[in-house]
Write a protein that binds this ligand. Structure first.
Ligand code: F6P
Length: 546
């Protein structure tokens, strides 16, 4: 057993789980009229209702003991102060610095990086305002209205999610497109829709070596040159990277190159110039509101006692279910169509951060770290996978996210949306007993035989946990709160699990093999000695026959 699973806090939680798994939330609510007040927290425009969880005050205390045992406070300070906590890459993890006010001070290698951060923000503002005002035009003198981000992973998922979420704050004459996949279908379908004269390509890549991004950028460049000539590249391409030599080699006008730094992880980078498409779309003032929201959550995380600290409580709840109830996944179910890309964004943020088997000491862990994240916006999910969530054989903890106010006040739509969201969390908690199901069926006039046959299927186990985030309104500041909340909750979990949330060696091996396979698939190299399956698959491709 590892130090963690042998530790007093872990053992105490393990014992406690056996007790509390015999309790029902239904009875906990019946016995405590103040359960909601006891297990909910408010911060800025966000209410976190975690009362529909399989917890009592002892649970929370034992989880907090686990956090203290992991020296979470020290780790929080290490993160914010720029210590190189990304040990395998010998880097700091300072996405928090990207949203710090200009008066802040954070030192990396003895240099305060905040002035650099704000220099780039000023450069972004100048560029964004010139494009949005029409001061800077395309090669043929037309306004640049269609922003095409070419990037993948953290260089796409964050900006794409935020642009969709904050569409109500965008100029209606602007559109955004996100090309990421090396499958030509992705870029081909976008180029079909574009007028080259009004298109601005933003090539986003921390390393500027990612095969998919460079391939798509070259295709876009060739398309533009074919339409408007080589001279057009200068006004129709911008780049965001840490690798300025590579952006220059690609031929992007240095005035349109926006840098960021190696102490920003890709999946944590939307707050940097990787957020340029966001700023172009919603304007720099709104982008800075997004940053401000994230900063305010950082301050909450850094300064609030753990029992009132939303990222800490949320992170510990995930550990409670994952490590002590054996849940293999959790669902993120935003009841807000504007957050439709939030689950996909969180998939990288969570699973690329914490999907690891080796701890900080280089040892194999003997406990689960991280769980599969999945989800779709409500109410769509109700017509897709809620059968499993309500009556499946495994508990799937749920995070519901729903705005009180809508940007789309049409008829009764919003009331119906919230009715469904609240009903689902109530149904998951309450369940439906055999007696209740029997009564319902007998009311429907079923005879005893029919009723007996149908009864087992109409019973709901209930006692299925969920948390609800009620947002006052999905605006830039509150979205910044929400995203930073999840970033820090992931950090909390990584600290308890004693893993490094900021490297991603697991994504390298597949890329290495792909680079070896490519010349065999293009016929430039004989099919070498792979396994029987891979060799045969290559041959099928070469022969274009299955
Ligand atoms: O998935 C691996 C990864 O390195 C991510 O961490 C990153 O967000 C993505 O690829 C894109 O990398 P880059 O921004 O360097 O193109």
């Amino acid at each position: 057993m590892s130090d963690l699973t042998r530790s007093p806090a872990w053992q105490a939680l393990s014992d406690h789980q056996r007790q509390i798994s015999q309790r029902s939330m239904r009875s906990m609510f019946e016995q405590d009229a103040n359960r909601f007040q006891r297990f909910s927290l408010k911060f800025e425009g966000l209410l976190f209702d975690y009362s529909k969880n399989l917890i009592n005050e002892e649970t929370v205390q034992l989880l907090l003991d686990l956090a203290k045992q992991a020296k979470l406070s020290d780790w929080i300070e290490s993160q914010f102060s720029g210590e190189k906590i990304n040990v395998s890459e010998k880097r700091a993890a300072l996405h928090t610095a990207l949203r710090s006010p200009s008066t802040g001070e954070v030192n990396v290698d003895g240099k305060n990086i905040i002035p650099e951060v704000h220099r780039v923000l000023r450069h972004m503002r100048r560029y964004v305002e010139a494009i949005r005002s029409g001061e800077r035009l395309g090669h043929t003198g037309k306004r640049l209205q269609h922003i095409i981000n070419i990037g993948i992973g953290g260089s796409s998922l964050g900006p794409k999610m935020v642009c969709e979420a904050l569409k109500p704050y965008a100029n209606s004459d602007l559109t955004t497109h996100f090309v990421s996949n090396v499958d030509a279908a992705d870029i081909a379908e976008v180029l079909k829709k574009l007028n080259p004269e009004t298109s601005l390509f933003v090539v986003s890549s921390k390393t500027f070596t990612t095969q998919e991004t460079l391939t798509n950028a070259a295709t876009a460049r060739a398309w533009l040159v074919e339409k408007l000539g080589e001279q057009a590249v200068s006004s129709h391409f911008a780049a965001v990277s840490t690798n300025l030599a590579a952006t220059s080699k690609f031929g992007i006008n240095p005035d349109n190159v926006f840098e960021f730094w190696d102490w920003v992880g890709g999946r944590y980078s939307l707050w940097s110039a990787i957020g340029l498409p966001i700023a172009l779309y919603i304007g720099m003032d709104n982008f800075e509101q997004l940053l401000a929201g994230a900063h305010s959550m950082d301050e909450h995380f850094r300064q609030t006692p753990f029992e009132k600290n939303i990222p800490v409580v949320l992170g510990l709840l995930g550990i409670w279910y994952g490590n002590f109830f054996g849940t293999g996944s959790y669902a993120i179910l935003p009841y807000d169509q504007s957050l439709q890309y939030f689950p996909a964004y969180l998939q990288q943020l969570e699973m690329e951060s914490n999907g690891k088997r080796i701890d900080r000491a280089g040892q194999l862990v003997d406990y689960d770290t991280h769980f599969t994240v999945w989800g779709e916006p409500g109410t769509n999910g109700q017509h897709s996978f809620y059968q499993l969530i309500h009556q499946g054989t495994r508990i799937v903890p749920v995070d519901f996210i729903v705005p009180l106010r809508t940007h789309y006040p049409l008829g009764e739509h919003h009331s119906m949306l919230l009715a469904n969201c609240f009903a689902q969390s109530e149904a998951l908690m309450l369940g439906k007993t055999e007696a209740e199901a029997r009564h319902e069926l007998s009311e429907q006039g079923l005879n005893e035989q029919e009723l007996a046959a149908l009864l087992p299927y109409k019973i709901f186990p209930g006692n299925r946990p969920s948390s609800t985030f009620l947002l006052d309104k999905l605006d830039p500041f509150t979205l910044g709160n929400l995203i930073a909340l999840y970033e820090q909750k992931i950090f909390v979990q990584s600290v308890v699990w004693n893993i490094n949330a900021f490297d991603q060696w697991g994504v390298e091996f597949g890329k290495q093999l792909a680079n070896k396979l490519l010349p065999e698939l293009t016929g430039a190299q004989a099919v070498s000695t792979h396994d029987g399956s891979t060799n045969q698959l290559i041959r099928c491709y070469l022969n274009k026959s299955i």
